[in-house]
Structure formats: structure tokens, C-alpha cells
Ligand binder design. Structure first.
Ligand code: Q46
Ligand code: ZN
Ligand code: ZN
Length: 346
């Protein structure tokens, strides 16, 4: 197996490129693919400040590593979700990476700052854990990027993730989601620009990137992911990819080039007017934002949950009902900047 570029011994084969690569040229390929995605979709401008949502997994750590390598001022943001050992372990990987590269990692712990963890909060609010988690992540990532004055928020969604989400949205023709499934969402009304620079790299490639760069990452999946449809779609797409290398890439990028535009009008039409959330000040079209409503339900004593459930069920609660149903929020500590210095510089 020889490298396509230098003919030296190859360490990885990439079937959709019909090529093999040595370590050096594989790492360069990964950086090139990220640079290409950033340029093609206008995700970032040179020198911009980027906040990278870091989970301690291979994708977000590879993303952070590549962005720094490409010269972006990229800091990390880790959100502790309170998912038992998994959260403790993944926080350790994020911290160790930041330390080893002398990078800045901001951390927020959901239980400590908002009074609930994902498993307990989801139970109390009668939501699926991933739904409560996704909502919390979106809110707190946006909040961190806004408070820190970052130009953009970058997440580690890779090609496998995007193709699987597209498959789920297409199977159910969730047209409002299809209209928003883009690799870049421009900043608007207090929301930061959101970018996904890994969309041209597969999961296998980000894992290989980390191994070849000596980046240690949490290998275990989140225990809440068990039975998740997203994983089933990924598995189905992997089967298709074996038969037809490049199918995932063609499915996702074909959608972006030839179909995505058709669903955008609906997104524009459905856009409500945004105003600051009465509780936290984040932009919302519902008086009290979805995260504050989730927090209210997740932290309410059992007897009060019924009232909060009523509030949650309403699309846009009136100010009076919202105020009556919501308890005073617990500690609202801000983002904790942790400047990690020292250690091996690359
Ligand atoms: S962390 Fe959160 Fe994922 Fe765990 S609870 Fe679900 S959404 S599976 S990326
Ligand atoms: Zn080579
Ligand atoms: Zn709010």
C-alpha cells in the first residue's frame, strides 16, 4: 500500500478517494479538507476568533487542532452535562488536550451552574435525554460565544453526522429541518455564526487524524446514545458506503448543491420576531426561552412540575403565566475561563 502523493508506505486507505496516504500526507489531506470547507462555504475569515465546542471526543479535538494549525484564534468550550463517569472522563480529555497545547479552555458545568444534570433534567421535564441535551448545548454554546465576543462557534459535526441527520430528516420529510441543515448558519439577532468545518471528513478520518497526531480522546459513546436513531442511520449509511464508496459524500453534498435551497423559504417564513428572554436575555420568540423553561421544570420540586409542564406545552407562554410558573433560577454563574498554560508546545 503506497501513498498516492509520495509513494512512501501508506498508513490509511480512503476508499471514497480511491487512494492511500502516508502519515504526513493524510494529515495534510485532513487540513486541506477543512480549509476547503471553510473557503467553499465562507465559514471563517483569516484571524477570526473562534469558539470550538469541545466534548473530549475525536471530532471536536481534531477540529480544534486543525483550526489552530490553520492559524485561527481558536479557544475551546467544554460543557459538563452531568452524565456520570462519561462526563468526568470526557472533561479530562478536553483539559489534557488544552494543557498539552497551551490553549484556552472555558468550562461550564450544567449541574453546578443551572441546578440539573441531563439524565435527571430529562426525566423531570419528560423529554428524551438527547432532546434536553441538544437544547441545553445549543443554548449554552451560543451564550458562551456571545459573552466571549467570538466571531463564530465551531462544532465537530463530521460527514457521517451530517449524512445521518439528512437521512433522518428526509425519511420523515421534515422540511423545516432540511431548510436549516447547512454547514454554516450566519449570525443573526444575537445568535453567533455557527460553522461545521469537518463536513468533508468522515468519522474514521477524524479518529485516524487524532491517533496520528497523538491526541487522546474519549472512545466510549455517551451512555444516553443507546437506541438513538441517529446511530441506526449511521450504521445504515456505513453499509451503503461499503457497497458504494463516496455515497455519503454524494448524498450530503448533492443535497447542499441541488436541494437545500428549495427548503429555505419555509425557514424564512417561519421565523418569528426575536426579543430577549425574560429570564436570561437570550434571543427567543417565546417570551421565556426553551432553555429557561427546561431549567424551570428540571429544578422544580415534584409538586410544581405540573405547572411547569403546562408552561412547556404551550408554544409561546404569555408573560404572566411564564412568570407565575417559573421559580427563581439557581446560580447563574458565568462562563469560567480557565487559562491553561505550560506543557509541551507543539
Ligand atoms: S451527549 Fe447529549 Fe449526545 Fe449524550 S445525551 Fe444524547 S445528545 S448522546 S452528542
Ligand atoms: Zn505520502
Ligand atoms: Zn432564557
Amino acid at each position: 500500500m503506497k501513498c498516492r502523493v509520495c509513494r512512501g508506505p501508506a498508513v490509511i486507505d480512503i476508499r471514497r478517494h480511491n487512494a492511500n496516504f502516508c502519515r504526513e500526507h493524510f494529515l495534510r489531506l485532513c487540513r486541506d479538507q477543512v480549509e476547503k470547507a471553510i473557503g467553499r462555504f465562507g465559514m471563517l475569515q483569516p484571524g477570526e476568533r473562534v469558539l470550538v465546542a469541545v466534548s473530549g471526543g475525536k471530532d471536536s479535538l481534531a477540529l480544534w487542532d486543525i483550526l489552530v494549525d490553520l492559524g485561527y484564534a481558536a479557544d475551546g468550550f467544554y460543557l459538563g452535562l452531568g452524565i456520570g463517569d462519561y462526563s468526568d472522563e470526557s472533561a479530562g480529555y478536553a483539559r489534557r488536550y488544552a494543557q498539552s497545547r497551551n490553549l484556552t479552555l472555558h468550562t461550564v458545568d450544567l449541574p453546578a451552574t443551572h441546578g440539573f444534570d441531563i439524565p435527571g433534567g430529562a426525566r423531570a421535564a419528560k423529554r428524551a435525554p438527547c432532546s434536553a441535551c441538544g437544547l441545553s448545548k445549543r443554548h449554552l454554546f451560543d451564550d458562551a460565544a456571545r459573552r466571549g465576543g467570538y466571531d463564530a462557534l465551531a462544532t465537530g459535526h463530521n460527514l457521517d453526522d451530517e449524512a445521518a441527520v439528512l437521512m433522518g430528516n428526509t425519511l420523515r420529510w421534515q422540511t423545516e429541518y432540511l431548510g436549516r441543515q447547512l454547514p454554516v448558519l450566519e449570525a443573526r439577532d444575537g445568535f453567533p455564526r455557527k460553522v461545521k468545518p469537518l463536513v468533508r471528513l468522515s468519522e474514521r478520518e477524524t479518529a485516524a487524524y487524532c491517533i496520528l497526531r497523538g491526541i487522546d480522546y474519549v472512545v466510549e459513546e455517551c451512555p444516553m446514545a443507546v437506541g438513538n436513531k441517529h446511530l441506526a442511520y449511521k450504521a445504515a449509511l456505513n453499509d451503503i458506503e461499503v457497497q458504494s464508496p463516496g455515497a455519503k459524500h454524494d448524498f450530503y453534498f448533492g443535497f447542499l448543491e441541488r436541494a437545500s435551497e428549495r427548503f429555505r423559504a419555509q425557514v424564512e417564513r417561519d421565523r418569528g420576531d426575536l426579543a430577549p428572554c425574560e429570564r436570561c436575555g437570550s434571543p427567543t420568540d417565546a417570551g421565556v426561552c426553551a432553555f429557561c423553561r427546561l431549567t424551570a421544570r428540571a429544578t422544580a420540586p415534584k409538586a410544581e412540575r405540573k405547572g411547569a409542564a403546562h408552561l412547556e406545552a404551550r408554544e409561546k407562554p404569555s408573560e404572566a403565566v411564564a412568570r407565575a410558573a417559573l421559580r427563581p433560577q439557581r446560580t447563574r454563574a458565568g462562563m469560567t475561563p480557565v487559562r491553561i498554560s505550560d506543557r509541551r508546545l507543539r
